[in-house]
Design a protein around this ligand. Structure first.
Ligand code: GDP
Ligand code: MG
Length: 301
């Protein structure tokens, strides 16, 4: 048997699930090898379902990054985020259940139960092992989590430091059906550059605004044009109340400038070319509970 016959090309879809902030988007980026999904220390950074495409020599993983399911159902945005997370499980070949090393909660147990009942093979991804001072505590922790539960495989990883990911890829590929590549091998996501540009501005809002304000903001890309070698992009930061505008803009426009610069650097890195970015802040009262406004801003479920 030649090596090519012993390792057939496999390709399929993996839902990346888990509580907010366990590192799902960081993991997707690490596997794709590019920042397709934004990351911040705050929960609910990811608001949209997004496909990260990771291509390897003998296969391709379509990683579905999801907003973590959360309990607050008050606003239309949260309801749409929950539907996006649940919908991500339909038709997948496997799931990666991401948890934080040393923490297993009722929500994790529920997610496992739902996947197991649906017949989806689950790879347990214990992330952030770099943060655990006492590594000897990991074994009893894993023994406890895997007791009376059936995981396709168990992985100790650090998505942040790209540790433990080679074996994870190998085991996930093994769960995929034999298939030709489903996307071009140079593609990294199913989302447009325009969408990614908006996300990179939103990431800066998550990183630079304190307390509750990031949850009252969203970003609309008003213009996205090629101009020779460079991209001309105009972004609107939407807030919900007039009083929030000065906070986003900051003293003398300092904060808005920092947001704009941070987002531009991220865009230039991701798109591989020069970007000219303009940003404005505008008010639209109640956008986060207005389904029509949400759809216009690119939200879907
Ligand atoms: P998500 O909400 O599950 O998508 O989580 P994110 O990917 O947005 O990550 C949440 C926070 O955890 C961010 O501050 C990440 O930098 C951090 N994080 C993610 N993976 C790791 C890891 O392996 N180790 C450490 N120390 N931090 C991580
Ligand atoms: Mg995320």
């Amino acid at each position: 048997m030649t090596p090519a016959e012993s390792t057939p090309y496999r390709a399929g879809t993996v839902a990346v699930l888990g509580r907010p902030n366990v590192g799902k988007s960081t993991l997707v980026n690490a596997l794709v090898g590019a920042k397709v999904s934004i990351v911040s220390p705050r929960p609910q950074t990811t608001r949209h379902r997004l496909l990260g495409i990771a291509s390897f020599e003998n296969g391709q993983l379509l990683l579905v990054d999801t907003p973590g399911i959360h309990r607050e159902q008050k606003r239309a945005m949260n309801r749409m985020m929950n539907r996006a997370a649940r919908g991500a499980v339909e038709g997948v070949d496997a799931a990666a259940l991401v948890i934080e090393a040393g923490r297993w909660t009722e929500e994790d147990a529920l997610a496992y139960g739902a996947l197991h009942a649906a017949g989806v093979p689950v790879a347990l991804v214990v992330n952030k092992v770099d943060k655990m001072a006492d590594k000897t505590a990991l074994l009893p922790f894993i023994a406890e989590v895997t007791r009376e539960r059936l995981f396709a495989s168990v992985h100790l990883v650090s998505a942040l430091k790209s540790k433990g990911l080679d074996v994870l890829v190998k085991d996930l590929l093994y769960l995929m059906p034999e298939s030709a590549p489903l996307y071009g091998e140079d593609e990294i996501t199913d989302r447009s550059e325009r969408f990614l540009a908006g996300e990179l501005v939103r990431e800066q809002l998550m990183l630079r605004l304190g307390e509750e304000l990031p949850y009252s903001t969203t970003v609309e890309i008003e213009r996205f044009e090629e101009d020779g070698e460079m991209l001309r992009i105009a972004a609107i930061v939407w807030v919900e109340r007039e009083g929030q505008k000065p906070i986003v803009i900051g003293k003398g426009g300092e904060r808005m400038k920092a947001i704009s610069t941070g987002a531009r650097i991220g865009m230039e890195r991701l798109f591989g070319r020069k970007v000219f970015l303009e940003t404005w802040c505008r008010v639209r009262e109640g956008w986060s509970d207005d389904e029509a406004a949400l759809r216009r801003f690119g939200y879907s479920d």
